[in-house]
Design a binder for this molecule. Structure first.
Ligand code: CA
Length: 479
């Protein structure tokens, strides 16, 4: 069989727990579920920095953000930098990038490595979005952004005319401010969406900087986010519940359009006979809080934000309906897809830090596969969200987070340094992460193991620990 094509579909801020294949309690996504049914659902796919531009840079380069330079929203991807679409193009693939880019524009920052690109400027608009192409071409059309990005993706596939192709279909949705299409405008009008278990989390016992995060329902803007005026006469509890319904329904309506359009794309691949020799990936640049812990948004290392949905089908290679809970990270995507597409990452003179999880997809398993991952978010208390700068380690059973709380003069970050704080969660006993056991006497041994693992990972990926971070623990490691 000839080399497989790639359709890489990535949405923006789509949490795995809003996909029915992942057991969503709040919506149905029959078309995304088709990819899970025909391929593999990965249950422990994590981003290494839960924010748009940095995760996209990690996916494209196969490196962590301190290596590729895209640590924040304000740091563009240098278009001189190698990305894996460059390698695919060099290998004879026709490459295309359509939709949300969000890694900068103009000389030195336009998308590179693509035979064709048509992208939204910055965040772009949901309705009648302007899109940009090479050579300063500006495309103006009426329509809904998710439909148009899918139309353009299908057109790109058709124009490949049998040549091997790799197309990146990057949806804007369901990014804030969650503006539904006409078709989904009244969906969910007559139902109440269930609140998550941790919706009323009081955050007691968590780090002080976590308690100060501005991502609560009351931090949503009534007009731009909720598209309504708050009704008179509500108690605070009632208003929080009302805000959640307004927020989550628009989020799910926007997701419904993604699901419809993924179905349209899958149907097209099947109707044209391309499906049998095409890898289809569905993922999101990171997860999202859907009222979990009372929050919207992402950025933090908690599970709902850290977890990326990752569904991959490739007939003949990936067993239909299979699942894996091996820990894979966005830095692994580039070497994995190159591997599946016949480009040996080991033959490239490129410093990718990720590893190919193609053996896991093929069902061969992977001996000595990592059982932990490293995370770092850099934008300390940036403008509206006030999320702290932090790094940490997640293993299969625990999570250790150090809020080092310093902007380190990172572009896009602001605010003063705050005292260093730590959190530790036992993900087996406390999967909802509501019990911070960092100071619990019984946790000392596991805490010290995780500190050692964090230090090992930082050395392995060549990142720099924050000076004095360990001094902030109530007892020194090993005491
Ligand atoms: Ca995002």
């Amino acid at each position: 069989m000839s080399r497989p094509n790639l359709v890489f579909i990535m949405s923006d801020d789509h949490a795995a727990h809003a996909i029915s294949a992942y057991g969503s309690r709040i919506n149905e996504t029959p078309n995304l579920d088709r990819i899970a049914a025909d391929g593999m659902r990965l249950d422990s796919a994590f981003c290494t920095n839960s924010i748009c531009a940095p995760s996209r840079a990690a996916i494209l380069t196969g490196t962590y953000n301190h290596v590729n330079g895209v640590t924040t929203l304000a740091t563009p991807l240098d278009s001189e930098l190698w990305t894996f679409p460059h390698a695919l193009r060099d290998a004879g693939y026709r490459t295309g990038m359509i939709g949300k880019w969000h890694l900068g524009h103009g000389p030195g920052a336009d998308p590179s490595g693509f035979d064709f690109w048509r992208v939204l400027p910055g965040q772009g608009h949901y309705h009648n979005p302007v899109m940009l192409q090479a050579d300063g071409v500006v495309v103006e059309r009426g329509g809904y952004v998710t439909d148009l990005i899918t139309d353009d993706t299908i057109r790109f596939i058709d124009r490949a005319e049998g040549e091997p192709f790799a197309v990146f279909c990057h949806h804007k949705a369901p990014h804030r401010s969650w503006e539904p299409s006409r078709e989904h405008f009244t969906m969910y009008d007559d139902v109440d969406i269930p609140e998550p278990d941790t919706f009323r989390d009081d955050l007691v016992g968590r780090a002080e900087v976590i308690q100060a995060v501005k991502m609560r329902m009351m931090d949503l803007d009534p007009i731009t986010d909720l598209k309504a005026v708050v009704p008179d006469g509500l108690t605070l509890d009632e208003e929080i519940a009302w805000r959640y319904q307004r927020y989550i329904k628009d989020y799910l309506r926007v997701v419904a359009s993604i699901d419809d359009n993924v179905g349209r794309l899958l149907d097209h691949l099947e109707a044209t006979g391309l499906a049998d020799n095409t890898i289809v990936v569905y993922t999101s640049d990171q997860g999202f809080f859907l009222g979990d812990h009372g929050w919207f948004d992402k950025r933090l290392m908690y599970e709902e934000s850290l977890t990326m949905p990752l569904l991959i089908q490739h007939p003949g290679t990936i067993e239909p309906g299979s699942t894996s809970d091996d820990i894979v990270i966005n830095v692994d995507f580039a070497p994995t897809l190159l591997d599946l597409m016949g480009v040996d990452p080991g033959d490239l003179d490129q410093p990718m830090q990720g590893r190919s999880f193609a053996p896991i997809l093929r069902g061969d398993g992977a001996d000595d596969w990592p059982t932990s991952m490293y995370y770092r978010y850099w934008m300390h208390r940036d403008g509206s969200h006030q999320c702290p700068a932090h790094y940490g380690v997640r293993t299969r059973t625990h999570k250790l987070i150090c809020y080092y709380n310093d902007p380190l003069d990172q572009p896009g970050a602001a605010g003063p340094a705050d005292p260093i704080e730590w959190e530790l969660f036992d993900l087996v006993a406390d999967p909802l992460e509501v019990d911070n056991i960092i100071d619990h006497p019984d946790s000392a041994a596991v805490r010290d193991e995780l500190i050692a693992e964090l230090q090992r990972l930082q050395a392995e990926v060549d990142d720099t620990p924050f000076p004095g971070a360990l001094d902030a623990l109530s007892t020194a490691p090993g005491e």
